[in-house]
Design a protein around this ligand. Sequence first.
Ligand code: SF4
Length: 67
Amino acid sequence: MYQIDKERCLGCGGCTITCPKGISIGPDNKAQIIDEEELIKAGGDNVCPYGAIVLEEEEEMEEEASY
Ligand code: SF4
């Protein structure tokens, strides 16, 4: 499933213009996915020129907690 990398997201709103049904800008001024099907139709991770839309694997990925 797609997720927003909030670190990379600038809140520019470009994705909401490309994909108004799939993404909106949330209260934190970052993009949030509201409809993944629409996002996929609009191009998925290509919708964000800054690489803030990322495709995560379905299965849980073990995050390396290195702190
Ligand atoms: S996800 Fe990308 S296009 Fe959308 S607001 Fe964030 S930086 Fe802009």
